[in-house]
Structures are given as structure tokens and as C-alpha cells.
Design a protein. Structure first.
Length: 120
């Protein structure tokens, strides 16, 4: 099995698309099962060619984690829910007029649409 030189460990096995053995999963697959990697290092990786990754030689990589070592996702606590709501509100608040725009303020504009057209 070939290995990618940029892997966390040089001994990490690499598999082709849809050729990984059972018992390994990506972060998204773990999350869909209600699990998280839990601090474990990647057990393997999947390599595939992609037109989107032209800068990297056309290869993309996804790390695989052992399902048997994965831990349950931490539950959302009231404090974490408040912090998340405050962060989302901060992204929606216009720095110029200080109003909730109702959408995430684009970084390209730096303010809500009415403020950006008023200054232009």
C-alpha cells in the first residue's frame, strides 16, 4: 500500500476510494453515528483524484479513524448553546449600524447590504 508523505505518521496505510476495510470511518461518518475520534491518531487514509485539488497534484486525502476506539459526542450543554448563539449573532450583526441583518455579514462587504450601498 502506498503512503502519502504528508501523513501524520509515515506508517499510516493509504487505501484507494471505497477500498478501506470495515471498522474505519471518516470524521463525518463517525459524526453520523454519534461518535467522535476522541483523541486517537488517524489509523489510515483514503486517497482519490479530484479536479478540485489541481493545486495538490489532483489528489485528495481523508483520514480514517477506528470506530471501536471512537467516543460518544459530547452533549450540548446550556452554556455551550448560549456561546454558540452569541457567536452566530455576532456574525449577523452589522458593525456599522449595529443591527441584526438576518443573515451572516459577508466578509467582502464588511457590513450589511444597506450600509454598503449607502457608503458607495
Amino acid at each position: 500500500m502506498p503512503h502519502h508523505p504528508d501523513t501524520p505518521a509515515a506508517t499510516t496505510p493509504a487505501y484507494r476510494w471505497r477500498c478501506a476495510p470495515d471498522g474505519l470511518a471518516t470524521r463525518r461518518q463517525l459524526r453520523a453515528q454519534g461518535l467522535r475520534p476522541g483523541g486517537q491518531d488517524p489509523a489510515a487514509e483514503i486517497e482519490w483524484r479530484s479536479r478540485k485539488a489541481r493545486r495538490c497534484g489532483g489528489k485528495r486525502v481523508a483520514y480514517l479513524y477506528r470506530v471501536d476506539l471512537a467516543r460518544p459526542v459530547r452533549p450540548m450543554t446550556p452554556g455551550r448553546a448560549r456561546a454558540l448563539a452569541a457567536a452566530i449573532l455576532a456574525r449577523r450583526t452589522c458593525p456599522a449600524c449595529r443591527r441584526d441583518a438576518g443573515y451572516v455579514i459577508p466578509r467582502s462587504l464588511g457590513c450589511c447590504w444597506p450600509c454598503s450601498t449607502a457608503t458607495a
